[in-house]
Design a protein. Structure first.
Length: 106
């Protein structure tokens, strides 16, 4: 968990060297409750995160959503990692299920 916080601080402060795709009109849906959040979604290649973050898989893309200054969710959007307009279902690092998409497809 500590490595996730360090990653989040790096992104917030602009110090991350990972190449990021930003989806300004993104949305995430927490599948357990069905609640939808219209948020900015940052897509990062696992290859850009490994080996600095040992939890990262080099073949995977991650969607990172920043909720607050010290709070974010890192969602593993699979080895394919293609951000389709209609979205992809995936799990975060704690195993919670999400749908990540562009608005209004959540």
């Amino acid at each position: 968990m500590r490595s996730v916080l360090v990653l989040l601080l790096a992104f917030c402060c602009g110090a991350a060297s990972a190449e990021t795709t930003v989806i300004e009109d993104g949305c995430v849906k927490y599948l357990e409750t069905g609640k939808v959040y219209n948020v900015r979604v940052n897509i990062v290649d696992g290859q850009d995160l490994w080996p600095k973050y040992s939890w990262a898989n080099v073949l995977t893309k991650y969607a990172i959503v920043f909720w607050d200054k010290d709070e974010a969710t890192v969602i593993d959007i699979s080895i394919f990692g293609l951000m389709m307009d209609t979205g992809v279902q995936a799990k975060d690092l704690q195993g919670r299920r999400w749908k990540v998409a562009k608005q209004p497809w959540c």
